[in-house]
Ligand binder design. Structure first.
Ligand code: GLP
Length: 263
């Protein structure tokens, strides 16, 4: 894993935007995997600014979101369809038919999951998958103790995740218990994964993901087997890392072409 540590969430968002921009500029038809939650909001603001400054365009790109709640209409204020429109899609030039988000309102949920996998495959696969991480180490909505080779499917949230996500709803009772999420196996097929985490509340999950044993107890730890994962952390999220200084040392010694901060 490649670990990038910055002073604060704003600086994390800036470096994450540079990584996404590299794909938008460098590839003819980039396929981006996108995440929701509080953490990537800063990244999306940066991408909108870069788009407005005409430094990037999404017109040839395709996107696949990680997950969606089952049963929320696309216009529901807490649905991830609505989140993506409000935080990114309404402000950029991505063609509507290139946007893919799991459909939690589908009559046949199992078929919609199979179709989602097929669409990812048909697109040529995900070039860069943006990920956040839950406090219990979930990525997408892959909760602890699920299969580390799962595919897009219907999952049940833990009570802790329901509590964590209740802040976006009127109360925890309104948070759906069922979700559709890309599986860990699906995420592992992305050619490059970029995990963002900020704040001390994430520090234990971050430590388990990077320095712990690979275990279904901390689903993000499966990324230790991924061929190319970049983790972008603020100081608080990185605070429990045993090898923190080493990660800084590695970044200082990157060759110019390896460094995201270089033009
Ligand atoms: C949700 C999403 C995840 C996200 C996590 C953390 O559970 N399904 O993809 O990573 O929340 O969210 P936040 O960034 O708000 O802490």
């Amino acid at each position: 894993m490649e670990i990038i540590i910055r002073d604060n969430p704003q600086d994390c968002a800036r470096v994450a935007a540079k990584i996404v921009a590299k794909y938008l500029r460098g590839k003819k038809g980039p396929v981006l995997g996108l995440a929701t939650g509080g953490t990537p909001e800063g990244l999306y603001r940066q991408l909108i600014s870069l788009y407005r400054a005409k430094k990037i365009s999404f017109k040839n790109s395709t996107t696949f979101n990680l997950d969606e709640y089952v049963g929320l209409t696309h216009s529901h204020p807490q649905s991830y369809h609505r989140y993506m429109k409000e935080h990114l899609f309404d402000f950029i030039d991505i063609p509507e038919d290139k946007i893919n988000i799991p459909d939690g309102t589908a009559c046949d949920l199992r078929q919609t999951c199979l179709d989602y996998e097929a669409r990812i495959k048909a697109s040529g696969g995900i070039d860069l998958q943006v990920l956040g991480i839950g406090r219990n180490g979930h990525i997408g909505f892959n909760e602890p103790m699920g299969s580390l080779s799962s595919r897009t499917w219907i999952k049940i949230l833990t009570e802790n995740t329901i509590k964590d996500n209740a802040r976006f709803f009127e109360d925890a009772g309104k948070v759906p218990r069922h979700v559709i999420t890309m599986g860990i196996g699906t995420i592992m097929e992305a050619r490059h994964c970029m995990v963002m985490a900020c704040g001390w509340k994430k520090s234990q999950a971050v430590k388990a993901m990077i320095e712990g044993p690979v275990t279904a107890k901390w689903p993000a730890s499966a990324l230790q087997f991924h061929k190319r994962t970049t983790v972008v952390l603020d100081e608080a999220a990185a605070s429990l890392l045993f090898h923190k200084e080493h990660y800084g040392w590695v970044e200082k010694n990157l060759l110019e072409w390896q460094n995201y901060e270089m033009p």
